[in-house]
Design a protein around this ligand. Structure first.
Ligand SMILES: Cc1ncc(COP(=O)(O)O)c(C=O)c1O
Length: 400
């Protein structure tokens, strides 16, 4: 049975697209869901050495519905490309920087992407300029080079992981295009339901599908989406030759998870706003970082370019890193684990990772708000922060 890209005559809204996209062609007894195709090669005919699909490293019918759905959601004109992980997609994206070129990247990009870029730069493949992505003037200066070579690629992530800085995507995409730089935007935190980087001028959108899109913390997968035939061809070539391809089962699970994306985002975004406001007023919290707070430096920008504020928030815990660890240890509902975007709420102190830059506060906890009952989430945070606060006060009294 062959999958056919959807040909809906109507302009469907994104919360319908997540449900309707990537379904098999309708027909008597046709399955409602796309099948999983497990085949490493495809039948060629006659003198043609290979069929159109040729070999399982180039193509798999199970990828197609997911790639079509991602393309529709991001507003692209070409199918997306799925990869074995978000980092495999990062690797393909970075392969577009020419030898001897210049890459501009946020200081607080996802640390894995930053480590990869730094390692490639250390090998002399290109030079890396890291910038405060919320500081538009600083980014434009890095793009133009201020007398040095202009940039070949601008890497965007907004809000950044984990500092939640908000970039002015439209202005930065325009500035990058003015110097001929390719723009790649990591849209993992927002998903296409919250932010559409292609519409704001980005050339390529990147996802760790592992997070919100798959949504159940049971899949590792990545994706790139572009409307440029030339860029897509180069990325497809990279995937085929470097071999970081998605397993059919993972691709199937990701599309299955995406069916509920709109409901999950609606619920977790609403809870994140409420939790951010309550945490902001809590004695155990020195600072909340969340673009949904009116006091947040990224609030106005986020309002202009996002449909909501996402459901990741960060808190800096009063009493320092030990108090932050005590909060994590005292939680009973929130799960202490890295990653984000699943149905279950996760929390972690980011600086426990050796690669996290020193500019990330040591007492910063990143919270990925899931879809549990809001009051249950709050009660757990409140009791854990209270315990940590009492622990810090007892420690200070003993020292006095
Ligand atoms: C913003 C962002 N981009 C990319 C990645 C890498 O994705 P993956 O873990 O699927 O390789 C992550 C992972 O945490 C991430 O948070």
């Amino acid at each position: 049975m062959t999958y056919q890209p959807s040909t809906h005559p109507d302009q469907l809204s994104p919360d319908t697209v997540v449900v309707a996209a990537g379904r098999p062609a309708r027909g008597h007894d046709a399955p409602v869901n796309p099948p999983i195709v497990l085949s490493s090669t495809y039948v060629g005919t006659g003198n043609v050495v290979d069929g159109d699909r040729a070999y399982g490293r180039y193509s798999n019918p199970t990828w197609d519905p997911l790639e079509d759905a991602l393309s529709q959601l991001e507003g692209a004109t070409l199918p997306g490309l799925v990869f074995s992980s978000g980092m495999a997609a990062v690797s393909a994206g970075l392969s577009l920087v020419p030898a001897g070129g210049v890459l501009v990247m946020p200081t607080h990009s996802y640390q894995g992407a930053l480590v990869m870029a730094q390692e490639l730069a250390n090998r002399g493949l290109f030079s890396l300029r890291t910038v405060d992505i919320a500081n538009t003037d600083e980014v434009i200066a890095a793009l133009t080079g201020s007398g040095e070579k202009a940039a070949d690629m601008l890497w965007l992530e907004s809000p950044t992981n984990p500092m939640l800085e908000v970039a002015d995507l439209h202005v930065l995409c325009r500035s990058a295009q003015a110097v001929g730089a390719i723009v790649v935007t990591d849209n993992t935190f927002s998903t296409p339901l919250v932010q559409k980087p292609l519409e704001l001028g980005s050339d390529i959108v990147l996802h760790s599908v592992t997070k919100y899109l798959a949504g159940h913390s049971d899949v590792i997968l990545g994706a790139l989406v572009t409307s440029s035939a030339e860029l897509r061809e180069r990325l497809l070539h990279h995937r085929s030759i470097h071999g970081a391809i998605a397993g059919p089962f993972e691709a199937w699970l990701a599309l299955r998870g995406m069916r509920t994306l709109a409901l999950r985002i609606e619920r977790s975004q609403a809870s994140a706003v409420e939790l951010a406001n309550r945490l902001d007023a809590h004695d155990g919290v020195e600072r909340v970082r969340f673009p949904g707070l009116a006091s947040d430096p990224g609030h106005v920008r986020a309002q202009a370019q996002m449909n909501g504020f996402g459901s990741i928030l960060c808190i800096e815990v009063a009493g320092g890193p030990d108090a932050a660890d005590a909060v994590v240890d005292a939680l009973r509902l929130w799960t202490p684990a890295t990653s984000l975007g699943g149905v279950e709420s996760l929390i972690e102190r980011r600086r426990r990772h050796a690669n996290e830059p020193d500019s990330v506060p040591a007492n910063l906890l990143r919270l990925s708000v899931g879809i549990e009952n809001l009051e249950d989430l709050w009660a757990d945070l409140d009791q854990a922060l209270g315990l940590a606060l009492r622990g810090s006060a007892d420690g200070a009294a003993r020292e006095a």
